[in-house]
Design a protein around this ligand. Structure first.
Ligand code: BES
Ligand code: MN
Ligand code: ZN
Length: 495
């Protein structure tokens, strides 16, 4: 779907829907009042027959009101005027888009009843783009009348040229979120580690440097922890390093992001139950978020040096798979007793984190991983969990989370719980039992980070929404993390 910015006065095309964003309790003011007047009170009459109040997410769809400036008028509730911000603008536009996306109309024009709201035009455009995301590569028989029909969304702006210029970075962000969502949505027979790596290699077109380590190179580096996870798979494990060098000083210390990329997690020999196992194709959501982040940093030429590292494996049961009780030696030299082969993400990250820290000496590392089912039990389906050894980095992440509408909640990292992952025969074991399962997973990761500021985002709760109640996130892959990290880099680590 394409985006254009237009002046309010510009005539709407013949077959178009006009979505008018109105504030709660001020439904018939501004341009909405003008439309009401032009249509001989059609809006007033319609409102008298509904419970539309302009509340967040409400829509009221009117067909062919005589005299109105479009064949279809959709009032979209923006919520209270005092709460109008970038996210509210995104959500309102996304709700307007969703109301008419499969209406048969090709053009949607989004206008704001109140000129004060028009400052949200750029974010409205982002909201429409995010809401229009769809993964339909494998639908070959969908009837045309079920497909989205809107191909163009025009956003009304006081200064369309200025809005278009300001939209460039947000458009790059929407592309990057879509890139991450595509990776997460792809089934595991298509997106296995080598194919994932290939898709990242293609990002060199954006100006990233991308290098790929295969199993032989990882063996030479001593990555016994990561390699043990992929050992039962017919697909070769990969470690991909993406570099963006945009800082004025090419030698400036980079910021680093590390992602869990388990292309499919069967649990291995500690096999998961069949019910819902198909969801484990998205166990690479952390790697997808890091990839999306690198995509947007390059596309908008961010003034920062950044490294993205993703550990790509497939966790399969097999005659050659690792067994519960096996002991592996990580690149750090620490030995790990593998109590449960289904606690594989931390094994992948152990080597990926160690490698990143040693190789790039970054300012900080942030890892993202669909690491534990326990984080869903702790926080539900909206919040990701934040674990960190550093308050400043945590504050920066939480501020970015708020600004971009990707909820994040800080969790504790009590050293006392380290007891739960003490092994009888090795330096550490890979599970700590059910109590505080997300915390002991994070404490395990911490052992593979030295004094560097580090944060771990457990996104098992947010990488996928089924169903979704967020207008800018269609059901399925969310791309969670791309926006948050991009915002943190932009606000705190550029220039
Ligand atoms: N990929 C899963 C975590 C997960 C579970 C993500 C559900 C999304 C939804 C991870 O590899 C895993 O299996 N974790 C185990 C750890 C346990 C064996 C200590 C878990 O959470 O049950
Ligand atoms: Mn697992
Ligand atoms: Zn997993």
């Amino acid at each position: 779907m394409e985006i254009e910015f237009v002046k309010f006065e510009a005539a709407a095309p013949e077959k178009a829907a006009l979505a008018v964003i109105v504030f709660e309790g001020e439904v018939l003011s501004g341009s909405a009042a003008d439309i009401d007047k032009a249509s001989g009170g059609a809006l007033t009459r319609a409102l008298a027959n509904t419970r539309f109040t302009g509340g967040k997410g409400q829509t009221l769809d009117l067909l062919s009101p005589t005299g109105a400036p479009a064949g279809r008028i959709v009032l979209v509730g923006a919520g209270k005027r005092e709460a109008w911000d970038d996210i509210a603008a995104e959500h309102a536009a996304a709700s307007g888009y969703s109301a008419v996306k499969a209406s048969g109309l090709e053009v949607l024009r989004i206008a704001f009843a109140d000129p004060a709201a028009e400052r949200g035009a750029v974010h409205a455009a982002l909201g429409a783009r995010l809401a229009a995301y769809r993964f339909d590569r494998y639908r070959t028989k969908e009837p045309a009348e079920k497909k989205p029909s809107i191909t163009m969304t025009e956003i009304v702006a006081a200064d369309p040229d200025a809005a278009l210029a300001a939209f460039a970075d947000q458009a790059a962000l929407a592309d990057a979120v879509a890139f991450a969502r595509d990776l997460v949505s792809e089934p595991a027979n298509v997106l296995y580690p080598v194919e994932f790596a290939r898709r990242l290699k293609a990002l060199e077109g954006l100006g990233l440097e991308v290098s790929i380590l295969g199993e032989a190179e990882m063996k030479d580096l001593g990555m016994g922890s990561l390699l043990g996870v992929g050992q039962g798979s017919g697909r070769e494990s990969q470690l991909v390093v993406m570099r963006w060098n945009g800082a004025a000083d090419p030698a400036a210390q980079p910021v680093a992001f590390v992602g869990k990329g388990v292309c499919f997690d069967t649990g291995g020999i500690s096999l998961k139950p069949a019910d819902g196992m198909e969801d484990m194709k998205w166990d690479m959501g952390g790697a997808a978020a890091v990839s999306g982040l690198m995509h947007v940093l390059a596309a908008r030429k961010a003034k920062v040096n950044a490294v993205g590292v993703v550990g790509l494996v497939e966790n399969m049961p097999d005659g050659n798979a690792q067994r519960p009780g096996d002991v592996v030696t990580s690149m750090s030299g620490q030995t790990i007793e593998v109590i449960n082969t289904d606690a594989e993400g931390r094994l992948v990250l152990a080597d990926a984190l160690w490698y990143t820290q040693r190789e790039f000496k970054p300012k900080f590392m942030v890892d993202l991983a669909t690491l534990t089912g326990a984080i869903i039990i702790s926080l539900g389906n909206d919040y990701a969990g934040l674990f960190s050894n550093n308050d400043e980095l945590s504050e920066n992440l939480l501020a970015a989370s708020k600004a971009e509408g990707e909820p994040l909640w800080r969790m504790p990292l009590p050293a006392a719980y380290d007891k739960q992952i003490e092994s009888m025969i090795a330096d550490v074991k890979n599970t700590g039992g059910r109590p505080g399962g997300s915390i002991t997973a994070a404490l395990f990761l911490k052992k593979f980070v030295n004094d560097l500021p580090w944060a771990h985002l457990d996104i098992a709760s947010t990488a996928w929404k089924k169903p979704s109640s967020v207008p800018t996130i269609p059901e399925g892959a969310t791309g969670y993390g791309v926006r948050l990290l991009n915002r943190m880099v932009a606000d705190k680590y550029e220039g």
